[in-house]
Structure formats: structure tokens, C-alpha cells
Write a protein that binds this ligand. Structure first.
Ligand code: ADP
Ligand code: ZN
Length: 646
């Protein structure tokens, strides 16, 4: 895949550049996110585009901005009704003439759309892929003679992707019908196979290919062992405060348990899983979008249709199936660019349960692939070092940090690599590591002395000195290692053995059906005292765990100018006032609050306190349309606040 450099633009030429003018006037941004500018320019030059961008990377601007500057309508293909509706709402708020055609479009709406197409005032038309099957729609398209086509979630066209949609295959017709119109395909799936499928099936012609960084700099990652999830969740929620977020659980039953628990603890919570009625699920989704509930507890069924940009945290209460899922699910946090937290709690049990899920695969190749992905997930969760570096490495990317304080970050390849991010539990030091060499020697010796043919549970029994039937029958209560680990719990030993496995100090025996850990050559080095073993510290059930208060303070120091905890007490009150105003405006307009203003915009407003239209335009995310629609009301609120709080 070839990647091209973004053309550079000097400061002085920016003011006259129609691109930068539209960026500021319509979207209210002073600069492009990495990759946006080069994509927009390629489209305007009439070139096809294939872009891999992570969720929250700012795809919509890549096709909305050219749409504004091109003569006739731009057609956007998107797979989900709810997403299209949100996108159209958001575009309209920015003063862009946009519409969607779907199964519930009335004949009046149709007429309005056709009129907009004919007089070229309609700029964006969102449609579902099914449309391309109908002759009448193709007729409409010919009449509209669109300037440009954007295909969102383009991986749906690939059988190798995780969301294959038969209807997407129809989209190959576009290139035949409109040979001289650019097509831009967007996806967040980075594998080469999917990329090749997209390019061939859509018949892209020498596309401009862009792979944006998968780094999400505003997300804070933390991973901890689960001992008492309810308590750990409450501790976490206390740290994040009254903010919207998602808690993922692996089964419906756990979703129900956690929902009940949070409700009892006084949180406005809704559950979400595939066993609920459509109606209940839609209500949960809407209540969440409108900030009527704070927390949604959900299975992975929740998320595809979620465009809420102010999700401030994502908690995983169980181990995700693989790193892709973890990335996707955590990616729903902080799409507005303001800081957000991602916490994963997992236990040894989760791995066993996940392995059981694997039996559901009928196809053997698929099962093996899923098992491998699960192993990678465990390795990621257990590995040493910066979470972000590890996560990006999984996606084949070297971590090259961007400067959060500036939006000018050019080509990622030109930035220096780093081994620490400063915004994960590992980097801030809240993930403690301990020297477990002596315990590792004990465990390895127990494996060795029992003949390298027993499971972790049995080894742990030997270590804690538990006279189970099996231990006695095998005579393992006579071994010198019997009971040498009685100062620790059986759980601890299982966890330690898992850590030894992930570090390659032990390995699973190849020809057993049951997982049997065996000593490896690295393990022998440990037993001979030639190698140290460091493991992540596990919260000890008996002792109360140290509160990670440090995380919150480090977070605010993470140099993100849109972090509301960076506001002083008075500005913070103003932020809350503006937030309440946003809620009532959103309610009156029947749109989700983040469509009115993002959290980032509110933080900026609370800090800048604009009282003139010129100043109001300086607020991040505010263009002319938002100034016109909401400026007066919000400036009034600011003035009133300043009067009452001199
Ligand atoms: P995606 O569709 O790739 O998941 P979106 O298009 O929804 O992402 O954009 C994610 C967020 O980033 C939105 O809140 C959007 O307003 C913001 N954003 C996009 N481009 C810029 C930019 N150039 N400067 C600042 N914020 C931006
Ligand atoms: Zn880090």
C-alpha cells in the first residue's frame, strides 16, 4: 500500500485558500487532522481515494468538505440508518444542506430532495447500499449526476472483514456508471486482504491510498486484574465522576447483574443486549444519546450505531475476544477529542470462558484463527510496557506521538518513535510491577517435579499444600515443593503460571488436549538463577488496593487543552452551566446534546468566555451556522454567569 505525503500549505496562503476558509467558516476548525487535508485535495483533483482511518479519526470531514466545494450533489453510502440520521443532523447544524433517502422517506421529502438536486443546492445525500439495487434510484442518480461518491465502512464489501454485507457488492456499479467521478472509500479495518477487496470490488482507479495512525492520543488506557469487579467498578466511577460511559460485559447475565448493581448504587443505568426487545434497545440507545442515562451496560451487540461523541469512558468487565474488538470498543470513547478513559478488568477465569466460546466455531480454520487472536489478547493484557505502544504494535504501527497542544502534526512517518506514551497506567506508574523470581522458581520446580504433565490447577494445589484426592493419589504431597507456596492463594499461583506462560518461561505442552504448562529453556534460566521474573502486581484480596488517584491528576496534566479538569473552579461551574443549557437546547431541538456542541467546544467556551460573535467563532467546533443558531443564547448565558460570579 502506498502512502503519500500531505502537501504543505504556508500560513499566509491559508487565509485565501477556499479549503481553509470552509474549514473555519463551516466546521469551526483552524487546522486539519493528520491526513484530512491530503484526502480532501485528492478528491478535489478528481482522484479515487482509499483511506484507512480509525474511529474518531475525522472521516466525515474528508467527504463533507469536498462536497461543499463541488458543483453537484455528493452521494454518501453508509450502512446504518441511525448513523445516517445523526450525520445528516450534524451536517445541518453546520449549515450544510444534507438529506437522506431511506425506507421511511415520504413523497414530500422525495420531492424536496429532487428539487435540491436539480437546483444544485443539496450538497450531501446519504443512502443505504440497498438503494443501488433499484432501477428507479439509478435513474435518479443519472439525473443528479453526482460530483463525487463516498463509501463509508467500506470493509463491509469484503468477505474477509468482520461485517460483510451482500448489498455492498452492488457498489461496484458506481465506477461503471460514472467513470469520471471520484470515489472515496473509508474504513477502520487495516488488514491488507480487506484493503485489496475494497479496491477491486469498488473498481477504484489508481486510488490515492492513506493509512492514518491508529493512535488515539486522548484515550487513557488501564488494565487491571479483576478480583471484585463491582468494587473496582465503583472505584473507577468515583474517579471519572458524573460522565457518560459504556460498561461491556461478555454475557447477557452479567449485563443484567451489573445493570442491577449500578442502579442500586444510584447510577442512571440502562442495560443492552440482544435478548431484549427492539423497543427496549432503541430506548436504551436514545436515552444514552440524550444523556438521560449516564451508563449503558452492554454486550458487544451495543456500539455499531453509536455516534455519541462525548462518551467519556469505556470499561471492559471481562476479557474481550481479541485485540481488534478491544480497539473498536474502546474506540467509542472520546470521539470528540477530549480526554476519555478505557479500563479493562480481567481475570484468569475469563480466559477459560473465552476458550469455551471457541467451541461454538464450526469451521476449524476459523476456530484456530480465533484461538490465536485470543492468545494475542491475553498477551496484550499481560505484557510488560506501555499499553499504547503494545496496542499500536499489534496493528503493525510504531508509536510516534503527536503533540496534543497543537493540531499541526503533519506526516506521522516524520515524527520520532517513542517507547512510552505517558497516558496509560503503565506509563504513569499506577500499574505496579513486582519481582516474582522466587515464586516463579517454586512454580517451575513444581511443574518439573510432577513430570511436566499436570494442569495449572493441580500445580497450584501442590504449591499451596492442598491434599486433594488427586494430589494424594499421585503422591505429590510427598514432594519437597508440596506446600512451599502456602503463604499465597491458589488463585495467585494460577495467575503466576499464566504470567510465566505469556512470558515464555513456561509453554503449553503441544500434544495434550488439556492445557499443561511445561518448563522452557527460559524457565531453566530462571531456575538456575540466571534470569529475573517481573510480573504485574495483582490486587491482594485481603488488603485494600491503593486508590489510583494519581491517574486522575496525571490525566489533567496530559497537556490536553480540552480537558475540563484543567479548568479552575469558577470556569468549571461555567462549564456546568453551559452543559445544562446545551441539554435544554438539545431537548427543544430533538437532537442529541453533542450535535449542538461537543464537550470540547464547551470546555473551550468556559475558558475563553466569548461575548462577541468574533470571539465566539474562535471556539473549537464553532462555524458560522452554530454561531447563528446558538451564539446569542450561549453568550447570554456567559454574560449572566459573569455578572453573578464577578
Ligand atoms: P469518524 O467518522 O472517523 O469516526 P468523525 O468524522 O465523527 O470521525 O470525527 C470525530 C470527531 O473529530 C468529531 O467530533 C469531529 O467534530 C472532530 N473533528 C474532525 N475533524 C476535525 C478537525 N480538523 N479539527 C478538530 N476536530 C475535528
Ligand atoms: Zn503508555
Amino acid at each position: 500500500m502506498t502512502t503519500a505525503n500531505a502537501p504543505t500549505t504556508t500560513e499566509s496562503s491559508k487565509k485565501d485558500d477556499p479549503l481553509y476558509r470552509a474549514l473555519a467558516d463551516v466546521f469551526g476548525y483552524s487546522s486539519f487532522r493528520p491526513r484530512q487535508e491530503s484526502i480532501v485535495r485528492a478528491v478535489l483533483a478528481g482522484r479515487d481515494v482509499f483511506a484507512v482511518m480509525p474511529t474518531g479519526g475525522g472521516k466525515s470531514l474528508c467527504y463533507q468538505l469536498p462536497a461543499l466545494l463541488l458543483p453537484s450533489v455528493t452521494v454518501v453510502v453508509s450502512p446504518l440508518l441511525s448513523l445516517m440520521k445523526d450525520q445528516v443532523d450534524a451536517a445541518k447544524r453546520n449549515g450544510i444542506n444534507a438529506a437522506t433517502i431511506n425506507s421511511v422517506t415520504t413523497s414530500d421529502e422525495w420531492r424536496a430532495i429532487m428539487a435540491g438536486i436539480d437546483d444544485r443546492r443539496l450538497k450531501l445525500l446519504y443512502v443505504s447500499p440497498e438503494r443501488f439495487n433499484s432501477e428507479s434510484f439509478k435513474e435518479t442518480l443519472r439525473r443528479a449526476d453526482p460530483s463525487f461518491f463516498a463509501i463509508d465502512e467500506a470493509h463491509c464489501i469484503s468477505q474477509w472483514g468482520h461485517n460483510f454485507r451482500e448489498d455492498y457488492l452492488q457498489l461496484g456499479q458506481i465506477a461503471d456508471m460514472f467513470p469520471d467521478r471520484p470515489i472515496a472509500a473509508f474504513t477502520a479495518t487495516a488488514t491488507e486482504q480487506v484493503g485489496n477487496d475494497v479496491k477491486t470490488s469498488l473498481k477504484l482507479r489508481d486510488p490515492f491510498c492513506v493509512v492514518a495512525s491508529f493512535d488515539r492520543p486522548n484515550l487513557f488506557y488501564q488494565i487491571a486484574y479483576k478480583d471484585d469487579f463491582d468494587r473496582q467498578l465503583l472505584d473507577f466511577l468515583r474517579e471519572v465522576g458524573d460522565e457518560p460511559g459504556i460498561v461491556y460485559r461478555s454475557t447477557r447475565k452479567k449485563v443484567e447483574q451489573t445493570t442491577e448493581f449500578l442502579k442500586k448504587s444510584g447510577f442512571k443505568t440502562a442495560g443492552y443486549h440482544a435478548g431484549m426487545s427492539d423497543e427496549e434497545r432503541i430506548r436504551a440507545q436514545e436515552d444514552f444519546a440524550n444523556d438521560a442515562v449516564q451508563i449503558v451496560v452492554a454486550t458487544v451487540a451495543f456500539g455499531m450505531g453509536i455516534d455519541k461523541s462525548n462518551v467519556r469512558f469505556v470499561v471492559h468487565g471481562d476479557l474481550p475476544a481479541d485485540v481488534e474488538s478491544y480497539y473498536q470498543e474502546t474506540g467509542r470513547a472520546g470521539r470528540d477529542g477530549a480526554p476519555a478513559r478505557c479500563a479493562l478488568f480481567y481475570g484468569y477465569q475469563d480466559v477459560a470462558i473465552r476458550r469455551k466460546f471457541l467451541d461454538d466455531y464450526e469451521d476449524e480454520t476459523a476456530r484456530v484463527a480465533a484461538a490465536k487472536r485470543l492468545d494475542e489478547m491475553v498477551r496484550f493484557a499481560e505484557s510488560d510496557g506501555c499499553r499504547r505502544v503494545n496496542l499500536l504494535r499489534y496493528f503493525g504501527e510504531t508509536y510516534r506521538p503527536i503533540d496534543l497542544a497543537s493540531d499541526e502534526n503533519g506526516d506521522p512517518q516524520s515524527r520520532p518513535a517513542a517507547t512510552r506514551c505517558g497516558a496509560c497506567d503503565f506509563c504513569v506508574g499506577s500499574a505496579e510491577r513486582v519481582d516474582a523470581t522466587i515464586d516463579a522458581q517454586k512454580a517451575l520446580s513444581a511443574m518439573q517435579r510432577t513430570g511436566n504433565r499436570f494442569g495449572a490447577g493441580h500445580i497450584a494445589d501442590v504449591l499451596v499444600g492442598s491434599k486433594t484426592e488427586k494430589v494424594v493419589a499421585m503422591g505429590h504431597d510427598e514432594l519437597p515443593t508440596f506446600g512451599v507456596g502456602a503463604d499465597k492463594t491458589k488463585q495467585y499461583w494460577r495467575y503466576l503460571i499464566q504470567a510465566l506462560l505469556t512470558q515464555g518461561i513456561a509453554a503449553l505442552a503441544p500434544d495434550f488436549d488439556f492445557p499443561i504448562p511445561q518448563v522452557t529453556s527460559l524457565g531453566w534460566d530462571v531456575m538456575r538463577g540466571k534470569r529475573k521474573v517481573m510480573i504485574l502486581k495483582r490486587p491482594d484480596k485481603k488488603k485494600k488496593t491503593k486508590k489510583s488517584a494519581s491517574v486522575a491528576s496525571i490525566l489533567s496534566a496530559a497537556a490536553n487543552p480540552y480537558d475540563k479538569s484543567a479548568l479552575n473552579a469558577r470556569d468549571r461551574r461555567l462549564f456546568e452551566t453551559l452543559r445544562a443549557l446545551r441539554a435544554s437546547v438539545a431537548k427543544a431541538e430533538h437532537v442529541p446534546p453533542y450535535v449542538v456542541f461537543t464537550d470540547k467546544s464547551l470546555v473551550d467556551m468556559a475558558a475563553l468566555k466569548p461575548q462577541t460573535p468574533e470571539d465566539f467563532l474562535l471556539v473549537n467546533g464553532v462555524g458560522r451556522a452554530k454561531l447563528q443558531n446558538f451564539g446569542a443564547e450561549f453568550m447570554d448565558a456567559i454574560r449572566e454567569f459573569l455578572r453573578d460570579n464577578p
